[in-house]
Design a protein around this ligand. Structure first.
Ligand SMILES: C[S@@+](CC[C@H](N)C(=O)[O-])C[C@H]1O[C@@H](n2cnc3c(N)ncnc32)[C@H](O)[C@@H]1O
Length: 166
């Protein structure tokens, strides 16, 4: 299972000493993989909407910080804070389009310059980033995972000053 974090840890933003924000950690499979590959738990903050899972996660990873809440409210949960990477297992395929757009805007606002958004998913769709504000810079299909997981790395699109804001 730890293989699922392979692409994530290739991403410099996870290894560069900055804080990492995990979204939808569930039971902690990706959390465990990130920590097993060397991420300092004191640099890991995760948002999970299930209070029961928050308890499980706090028990499993006492040095990391688990915040109960909705990932669509990142701006309210972390006002003025920045992270080097966002690692998400949120089921975006089940999110309404406006919510995907809201999430993308929140992630863009919360990323440090040079930061990235790493998204785990279990369904391969059209290969497009979830938002026009991001471009895909890496991906990996982990066939050993059941079901096979697609891991994509997105970076914010650099804005052209001649273009209107996204
Ligand atoms: C596919 S599961 C994550 C699986 C996890 N990687 C694992 O292996 O256990 C998605 C998780 O996202 C959480 N989630 C869904 N929508 C959320 C939201 N809007 N904000 C925060 N967490 C959310 C769910 O409660 C669930 O734990």
């Amino acid at each position: 299972m730890g293989q699922r974090a392979g692409v994530g840890l290739k991403c410099a933003s996870v290894d560069n000493g900055r804080r990492v924000l995990e979204l939808g950690p569930g039971t902690g499979v990706v959390t465990e993989a990130l920590l097993a590959r060397g991420l300092d738990p004191r640099r890991l903050i995760a948002v999970e909407k299930s209070p029961c899972l928050i308890e499980v996660l706090r028990e499993r990873f006492p040095e990391a910080r688990f915040v109960p809440g909705d990932a669509l409210e990142l701006d309210a949960l972390f006002p003025g804070e920045r992270f080097g990477a966002v690692v998400s297992s949120l089921p975006l395929n089940n999110f309404a389009a406006p919510n995907v757009a809201r999430l993308a805007a929140c992630i863009r606002a919360i990323l440090d310059p040079g930061g990235c958004w790493i998204q785990f998913t279990y369904r391969v769709l059209n290969g497009q980033p979830p938002s026009d504000a991001f471009e895909q810079v890496d991906s990996e299909l982990v066939l050993l995972n059941l079901p096979p997981a697609l891991v994509c790395v997105y970076r914010p699109v650099t804005l052209d000053p001649a273009r209107p804001p996204l």
